[in-house]
Design a protein around this ligand. Structure first.
Ligand code: XMP
Length: 517
């Protein structure tokens, strides 16, 4: 049986990915596609969701979709702009709201006999965020939910093309069911995908592993595959999954660029060997340090590391002369063709390896449909130890982007020691799993005065960063206990030669980013 799916058409809202995450939590597979890329004719699609958007339907550049591609044949749910677009296109009216409707509201009337609101409480809290409001709904539609200020907060038509035609319903909600503050939002989405669209809810880690292993065997046959390991969760899970499918036909390459955490290369190699993976470890640190000498700018450093990485990886990969495939731990958020309205690049991200073109390798990305939390669930299903699965994300360029300015082996040593004290303490205090990511940053261009014993010191500060997040798109600084910070500060200053001051970074993303460079 084929994999059922819901299509989420993206009109550029910041919460589009959240809709997808909620559906996946309902064990339902879904794909986010640009608003104008509906896969006409795909028999596996069981429903369509139209996302929000930064545009007003009246903006000349507003994104538009041809509703006739699916309306009436497949159930549709329009969210915020999606709802406004449905109303505007089908003959309703959308007008500028007197004031932006933003924040909590309550569904003072809600039709619980409607399939979308089955089991809903009266007065349920919802989250509004829109500048336009729907002042008239199209003919044939009926209001099924209202708040104090928004009469047409939810409406539907059981047969949008008119009775007797294809009869898949259309629903539209002004509020955002995908955000946490809509307290029964997941129930609404469940009612839509399960009751209305008929999701079998069979998207589970066990199911994913079984079907992917079978598909990989079929795809790869007796070919040889190369995979670049980074020590992170994604490439590790991809490797173990492939290993389960094709065993020793898989060769993994793990490049040490010299800017990993303290003892990370050794420990991770041991873990990989314990998992039965066939891994080649390459110590290329000298090359990276030599090429980074004199590089000061973050983007310049990132570019050098990215280039060196590909060179070293390719050099190793070439030795496996009969390889036909390059496998990568790419995950879904890396690939979603999100509508970046501004089109600006903040940082160039480098992940493991680039496709060695002259080798003519085919690309294999077994995790390409998974969100991070799903990768972790699949990893657990595969029996990967918890300390590997629960590991914080770590940037491809490693400590190089946590040493401000030029990178040298000595600075890396200092930062590794400070970072190690910090991370170990987070584990000892039971805080590690409560945060998304933590690390130390060496402010190597800054020196300040201190005193140790009777001696004056003139050394560098270290900044500690810890953030909470669900996807690294936004993040808040973690409110770590003062006693913890006091102990870590003390230990770092006493034990790490070269550091005489410790600061804690209390910036959120945005406007700051998680990494300092
Ligand atoms: P920023 O600093 O942009 O980081 O807020 C967001 C997330 O991405 C990680 N990061 C990287 N990951 N290669 C990676 O694989 C990179 O070049 C890179 N730069 C940043 C960062 O650690 C955080 O989790």
């Amino acid at each position: 049986m084929q994999q059922q799916k819901i299509i989420i058409l993206d009109f550029g809202s910041q919460t589009t990915q959240l809709i997808a995450r909620r559906l996946r939590e309902l064990d339902t597979f879904c794909e986010i596609l640009p608003y104008n890329k509906f896969p006409v004719g795909d028999p596996d699609v069981i429903g369509v969701i139209l996302s929000g958007s930064p545009f007003s339907v009246h903006d000349p550049e507003a994104f538009k979709v041809d509703l006739t591609q699916f309306m009436g044949r497949l159930p549709v749910l329009g969210i915020c702009y999606g709802a406004q677009f449905i109303s505007h296109t089908l003959g309703g009216r959308v007008e500028k709201a007197d004031s932006r409707e933003y924040g909590r509201a309550h569904l003072e009337t809600v039709d619980t006999s409607n399939p979308l609101f089955k089991d809903f409480d009266q007065n349920s809290q919802v989250w509004m965020s829109h500048g336009d409001t729907i002042t008239a709904i199209p003919d044939g539609f009926e209001v099924i939910g209202s708040t104090k200020d928004v009469t047409n907060a939810a409406f539907w038509s059981p047969s949008p093309l008119g009775e007797g035609r294809d009869e898949a319903p259309v629903f539209a909600v002004q509020f955002h069911p995908e955000v946490f503050h809509t307290l029964q939002g997941t129930l609404l989405l469940k009612n839509f995908v399960v009751d209305v669209c008929g999701s079998r809810q069979d998207w589970s880690p066990a199911n994913f592993v079984d079907t992917t292993v079978a598909e990989l065997r079929k795809l790869i046959g007796s070919d040889r595959v190369i995979l670049g390991l980074s020590g992170g969760v994604d490439s590790s899970v991809a490797a173990v999954l492939l290993n389960r499918a094709i065993g020793n036909q898989l060769t993994c390459i793990f490049v040490d660029h010299g800017m990993l955490r303290k003892n990370e290369f050794r420990n991770v190699m041991k873990d990989y060997e314990g998992l039965g993976l066939n891994v080649i470890g390459v110590d290329a640190s000298q090359k990276f340090f030599a090429d980074l000498a004199g590089a000061l700018e973050p983007e310049q450093k990132r570019k050098i590391i990215g280039r060196d990485f590909i060179e070293v990886f390719n050099e190793e990969a070439k030795k496996i002369t009969d390889a036909k495939w390059l496998a990568q731990g790419t995950i879904y958020p890396d690939r979603i063709e999100s509508l970046n309205i501004t089109g600006k690049v903040i940082k160039s991200h480098h992940n493991v390896g680039g496709l060695p073109k002259e080798m003519n390798l085919k690309l294999c990305e077994p995790l390409k449909w998974l969100f991070k939390d799903e990768v972790r669930r699949v990893g657990r299903q595969l029996g990967i130890p918890e300390h590997l699965i629960g590991r914080h994300p770590f940037p491809g360029p490693g400590l190089a982007v946590r040493i401000l300015g030029e990178v040298t082996p000595e600075k890396v040593r200092i930062l590794q020691d400070a970072d190690d004290i910090y991370i170990q303490a987070l584990r000892d205090w039971g805080l590690y799993d409560q945060i998304w990511q933590a690390g130390a940053i060496l402010l190597s261009d800054v020196r300040s005065v201190g005193v140790m014993g009777d001696e004056r010191t003139y050394e560098n500060p270290v900044a500690l960063r810890a953030v909470t997040s669900t996807d690294a798109m936004t993040a808040d600084w973690a409110h770590l206990p003062y006693e913890f910070l006091a102990k870590v500060s003390n230990d770092i200053i006493n034990k790490v030669k070269g550091v005489n001051r410790v600061c804690y970074d209390i910036s959120s993303k945005p406007p700051s980013t998680i990494e300092w460079e």
